[in-house]
Design a protein around this ligand. Structure first.
Ligand code: PT1
Length: 283
């Protein structure tokens, strides 16, 4: 290789970056995940899952009461509050752990903030009525995710001129709206939204060029765990996507992701420990 072809590039395999990477553990309380038993056992189950995640080294628990996977239908605000808030209160009273609430509804955000949520994770990037105001009047962190279309139909015909550039333009506009409303930049986290109105090709372009989002100078979140971009490539059911999930998560971390949102916390923590050890020994 000629000398001139060696470019100085940001290196996210450094010890400093890897030490700051946070694992966000997914806790679903949608109707589907609650349909396998009575309310009480489900609630206890969720708390046991939280305890396991904490023991395994999770940094943030992400509670979601609305399914946003492709084809999912809307949930009422009342139902979402009933599913999410009691669990948030129970976690906050029992454990010392950061909790994020995965919601797009201003009413759910309000309740979540009152009851001690540390972060709002919004796949609709605070575009719904009242959301900017609710977050502006708090001091929580907020994850702004990119989605093209809405969950029920978003996979029908996704189109971009340039997937990375289009998402960056969207982020620039959303950051501007947040700052205008008084949500300080230091509270923002960006997520390009793997699987949200993206073809297989778009998803892999995003993963290949994940480092491009670093231009926006904000922490990045990647949520790839068990998604169909892994399943469709590997031809594997959702329970058989662990190797794919770990590999894709690590690739995102090596390109600057600060938070990875995952189902398999112990395995993800192990993978990051290996990366960190390598960074320590690197000359
Ligand atoms: C995500 C995310 C999320 N994903 C953030 N929040 C989901 N910030 C929920 C599939 O293609 O990536 N980032 N909250 C889950 N949504 C999906 C989407 C699940 C697509 C599965 C797929 O399989």
């Amino acid at each position: 290789m000629s000398e001139s072809s060696i470019k100085a590039q940001p290196n996210y395999t450094t010890l400093a970056h890897l030490k700051s990477v946070q694992v966000m553990g997914i806790l679903n309380v949608t109707l589907d995940s609650f349909s396998d038993g009575g309310q009480f056992s489900s609630f206890d189950n969720a708390l046991k899952q939280v305890e396991l995640m904490i023991t395994s080294g999770v940094d943030i628990i992400d509670i979601g009461g609305e399914s946003t996977r492709p084809g999912a239908v809307d949930v009422s605000e009342k139902d979402e509050i009933t599913r999410v808030i009691p669990l948030l209160k129970a976690i906050k009273s029992r454990f010392d752990i950061a909790v994020s609430i995965d919601t797009s509804k201003a009413g759910v955000m309000t309740e979540a903030i009152i009851h001690g949520a540390n972060m709002i994770n919004d796949v609709r990037a605070l575009q719904n009525e009242g959301c900017l105001d609710v977050v502006a009047q708090s001091n929580v962190k907020v994850c702004l995710m990119h989605m093209q279309g809405m969950p029920r139909t978003m996979q029908e015909n996704p189109h971009y001129n340039n997937v990375i550039e289009d998402i960056i333009s969207f982020f620039v506009q959303r950051i501007e709206s947040c700052v205008q409303k008084g949500i300080e930049k230091h509270r923002l986290i960006l997520d390009p939204g793997f699987g949200f109105g993206k073809t297989l090709k778009h998803n892999y372009q995003m993963l290949a060029d994940f480092g491009q989002f670093e231009k926006l100078n904000l922490p990045l979140l990647a949520g790839i765990s068990r998604k169909s971009m892994l399943g469709n490539l590997l031809n594997r059911d959702v329970e058989q996507r662990l190797a794919g999930s770990l590999t894709a998560g690590i690739i995102a971390v090596q390109q600057g992701a600060s938070i990875i949102r995952v189902h398999d916390v112990p395995e993800t923590v192990d993978a990051i420990k290996i990366l960190t050890a390598v960074a320590r020994y690197k000359k």
